[in-house]
Design a protein around this ligand. Structure first.
Ligand SMILES: [Fe+2]
Length: 340
């Protein structure tokens, strides 16, 4: 008996450092391809990645409730507004400041607590047979509130974080009262009460329920790829992407990113994982599976995304930290305009 326990202790002493090399990721991203990416990281470093997947709000609630007992090291979410609001609750810590991170991620897309891993744009999709070139000329987010779009627009609900971040960027650029007026215009231009996800907006334009939709860039490519079935692939072929605000600040950009959780038990490994996600190998994997834009310069997006046009002007002027700072104002103006 005694012999066995001594052996056990020796075994533990030798192998425990190996077993303890791990990192705990709480991810609101729902991609199988992310799991493959973590496996690559483990193969390279020996650091095991434990993933807890779920909806952003549920994951945040769990980390908050578990408090100091939480095992979470990294919180991965698909919106700067989401990461920012978690930070504002005091749930992130600084530490994502390594030279690798700083050299890859532009200042606009990172803080010391969270960093962008990939980019996406929130753009328009239109039916070419019902929207003229003249209507599209110089079209902006602001211009979507114009009366000429009455009963022609689809966009999802105001509780959607992508919309909250877009509207927050308008509050930042145009002020709250101008954005409140804008939101009224948007509501009066809606072809239907908001419903469904981003792909549902593109489908509504394809089906002739509306002429123009607001949705993120990667959804069109995802539909065109056939991964969402033949019907969505055919529908996607009926719409065209349009990148707004080309003659002023550029198209609204957002990020998928990772936040370093307060009290992270494996902080060093978490930083290593973020650095890996920004590596050439990982960035190529991400853009080809999720159709996002790379954070690392020099990586080409997926060919379906390249086809949508790469020479558009991105809004790199509006700092994405404002998506959280102006989030409450954004939600307020949308709700008071009757944006469901
Ligand atoms: Fe999304």
């Amino acid at each position: 008996m005694k012999k066995i326990s001594i052996l056990t202790i020796i075994f533990y002493l030798i192998y425990s450092p190996v077993f303890s090399a791990e990192v705990n990721v709480f991810s609101a991203r729902h991609y199988d391809s992310d799991i493959q990416l973590y496996e690559k990281f483990t193969a390279k470093t020996g650091i095991k990645v434990n993933v807890v997947s779920g909806k952003a709000k549920a994951l945040e609630k769990r980390i908050i409730e578990e408090g100091p007992d939480s095992k979470a090291d990294l919180y991965i979410a698909a919106d700067a507004g989401r990461l920012g609001s978690f930070k504002s609750k005091g749930m992130l810590q600084s530490g994502l400041t390594s030279e690798i991170i700083k050299s890859v991620v532009p200042l606009n897309f990172r803080t010391s607590e969270w960093v962008g891993i990939a980019k996406r744009a929130r753009i328009f999709y239109y039916a070419p047979e019902r929207v003229s070139d003249a209507e599209l000329a110089d079209l902006t987010y602001e211009g979507l509130a114009d009366q000429k779009w009455k009963d022609r627009l689809v966009i999802r609900k105001s509780n959607n974080i992508y919309n909250q971040s877009l509207v927050a960027s308008l509050v930042e650029n145009n002020g709250k009262s101008a954005t409140a007026e804008w939101a009224k215009g948007i509501v009066s231009n809606m072809a239907r009460a908001p419903k469904g996800n981003d792909r549902a907006q593109i489908l509504a334009v394809a089906a002739g329920e509306a002429d123009i939709a607001v949705a993120n860039t990667y959804y069109l490519a995802l539909m065109l790829s056939g991964k969402k079935g033949k019907e969505q692939q055919e529908a996607a072929k009926k719409v065209k992407p349009f990148f707004p605000n080309q003659n002023n600040r550029g198209t609204h950009m957002n990020i998928s990113g990772a936040g370093l959780v307060k009290g992270a038990p494996n902080k060093i490994n978490a930083i290593k994982l973020v650095e890996f996600l920004l590596s050439e190998e990982a960035q190529i994997h991400i853009v080809n599976n999720t159709f996002e834009y790379p954070m690392l310069e020099g990586i080409s997006p997926h060919p379906l995304v390249v086809n949508m046009g790469l020479d558009f002007k991105q809004d790199l002027k509006t700092e994405v930290i404002n998506y959280e700072k102006k989030q409450a104002d954004a939600l307020e103006v949308m709700l008071s305009a009757g944006w469901k």
